[in-house]
Design a protein around this ligand. Structure first.
Ligand SMILES: Cc1cc2nc3c(=O)[nH]c(=O)nc-3n(C[C@H](O)[C@H](O)[C@H](O)COP(=O)(O)O)c2cc1C
Length: 186
């Protein structure tokens, strides 16, 4: 009997840690999840869609208006199909957009339209993470049931030491699998 919740939308945003999304996509795909990568325009500055497309074994979505098939808007179909929305890495920008309900690009629109559980793995400069604006946005999202993993402390790519590093990939994959298992049971 196949009852496993399978469909993961993997959102990738414009952080220096975006290259680690390749490993996350690969790991979840090997665990037989259907991984649909959705990238922001800025994420494409850090990692090519081709890499993520090959590792996830399906075309990457990044343009809200790139509608090739079907009658239903692609972002709504993805939002409905998703068993989990995982955004890794999640920038300060996407955290703010989700907290305020913006929907100006594919990933933000999916986040607003989906009723799947949401897991965010933030990565940013420590001062950005600890800014009251970001902390308030995180609180708003937590109150709505959005789960966070990380960030962790360490040496940041921007040269600072502090909190802001993307949580290790192993932990992110494990947390995603845990949320999918809960969905299976629920
Ligand atoms: C080299 C470089 C690294 C960046 N790294 C991060 C980061 O780790 N986290 C973050 O929140 N923003 C980072 N930014 C800024 C974001 O790319 C910028 O806020 C962008 O608008 C985010 O858009 P998105 O969330 O739609 O992808 C970085 C920018 C540059 C140029």
């Amino acid at each position: 009997m196949e009852s496993r919740a399978k469909s993961v939308v993997l959102g990738v945003t414009g952080s220096i840690a975006a290259y680690k999304a390749a490993d996350i996509a690969s790991r979840l795909t090997k665990l037989e999840r259907e991984v649909q990568v959705v990238m922001t325009r800025e994420a494409r500055e850090f990692i090519t869609p081709l890499t993520l497309q090959v590792l996830s074994k399906r075309p990457v979505v990044s343009d809200l208006f790139d509608e090739k098939e079907g009658w239903q808007p692609g972002h709504i179909e993805l939002a409905d199909r998703a068993d989990l929305l995982l955004i890794a890495p999640a920038t300060a920008q996407i955290v703010a957009e989700l907290a305020h309900g913006f929907a100006s690009h594919a990933l933000a629109a999916i986040a607003l339209a989906t009723r799947a559980p949401i897991l965010l793995a933030p990565a940013m400069n420590g001062k950005m993470w600890l800014h009251p604006a970001t902390l308030e946005n995180v609180e708003v999202l937590k109150r709505r049931g959005v789960k966070f993993i990380g960030p962790e402390e360490g040496l940041l790519a921007c040269g600072y030491e502090g909190v802001g590093r993307l949580w290790p990939v192993d932990g992110i994959v494990e947390a995603a699998e845990g949320m999918l298992a809960e969905k299976d049971e629920g």
